[in-house]
Design a protein around this ligand. Sequence first.
Ligand code: FAD
Length: 411
Amino acid sequence: MTQPDTTDRGQFNWSGTYRYAFGTVVAPASVCELQDLVAGASQLKVVGSRHSFTGITDSTLAVSVAGLPPAIEVSSDRQTATVPAGITYGALARLLHKEGLALANLASLPHISVAGAIATATHGSGRNNGNLATAVEGIQFVRANGELFELSAGEDSFDGAVVHVGALGVVCRLTLKVEREFQVAQRVYENLPWEVVIENFTELMSAAYSVSVFTGRAMQAAQPPGTLFGAGSATRDLHPLPGLDPVNCTPQLGVPGLWSDRLPHFRMEFTPSSGQEIQSEFHIPAACGPEAIRAVLPLRNTLSHVLQVWEIRVIKADSLWLSPQYHRDSVAFHMTWDPDVAGVDAAVRIVEQALSPFAPRPHWGKVFTRTQPPVAARYERHADFVRLQKKLDPDGKFVNDWVRANVLGEQ
Ligand SMILES: Cc1cc2nc3c(=O)[nH]c(=O)nc-3n(C[C@H](O)[C@H](O)[C@H](O)COP(=O)(O)OP(=O)(O)OC[C@H]3O[C@@H](n4cnc5c(N)ncnc54)[C@H](O)[C@@H]3O)c2cc1C
């Protein structure tokens, strides 16, 4: 049974800053029903948990896979779990917990859908942690003609299909690497001077399993030592955004807890971040981190009228064609902005200009400036991705304006 969602809320992204063209979201209850729907549609996009900030998800017809059967299947060697595409990381963590299993890493929030996060190469932090798409061992799509199409790690085109920005088909199942459940403790360090961050960048970003540096505020880490480069650890929980209630955040103060209750910044039951926001993020080679911090620090005053917080993280290199970390260990410059679309567009251009010497690759789910040639052309395997897209979806069923402009370059 399909369940149309005709609420006004259904037409916006999570933060209410982007209005989609679609009015209804169709949610098939079985893969067969999904296949019929895809085969009969002329244009459609899948809607995940709507946490992207742009038209990446836009279409006149929207489909959700959240109604497909929710069970997960753990392999007999307990190295992988096959999971429904529409499940959120929060719900998946609860199911994995029953099996005593874990994922290697998580993003800042557990509210996002697994398929939506992987489509955009969503990441957590950690010098030895790849983005969340690097956990994928197998992926099953319904392609444009309605047929099922599966790829496993090592097969031709697998590395091209995992980070697909919604342009290859409808993902209904994913097989993810899992490991034995583990515990993490998290601490925040306050008043770490920027000069200290710059001077000790590599050691600092390697100081724990997962490390984030926030502007003007605090330094957050997991499994840290007692002090960090002279900065004292906070004696109360802190929200990454100054002035907001830390009740929304995962516990800090070095109290050990389950991986899924510590690696994200925000708790499943609460609003993540501020909720009133737009985000941007740019990935550059990790070795350029200190120089890039020096390039963006002087912008703080210019951007302060729209900037809520700035976060820096590191992510390990991978081999996924459209991953911003493709073949380079990366440092991510993340900005949470006020929900001021015009002001953010102008601010993003300033940041892009400052980071341009470092070959920045934007986060696919966040706001960046359209360019010609398209942003995707900055990737070595861009032409291969375009060929794969045309092969799986020759009539452009999954191609919307965003994909056309930013991936295919057909403006
Ligand atoms: C508060 C907040 C915090 C965030 N924190 C982080 C962070 O820590 N790290 C980070 O990297 N990013 C972060 N993001 C960005 C977020 O992870 C990405 O935008 C991600 O794509 C959101 O997943 P979603 O399910 O909401 O996808 P949507 O926004 O719903 O969709 C994104 C794309 O995926 C496609 N898609 C979704 N499901 C499917 C499917 N089943 N089959 C085919 N295509 C599909 C859509 O069509 C679209 O193209 C954050 C965003 C917010 C709002």
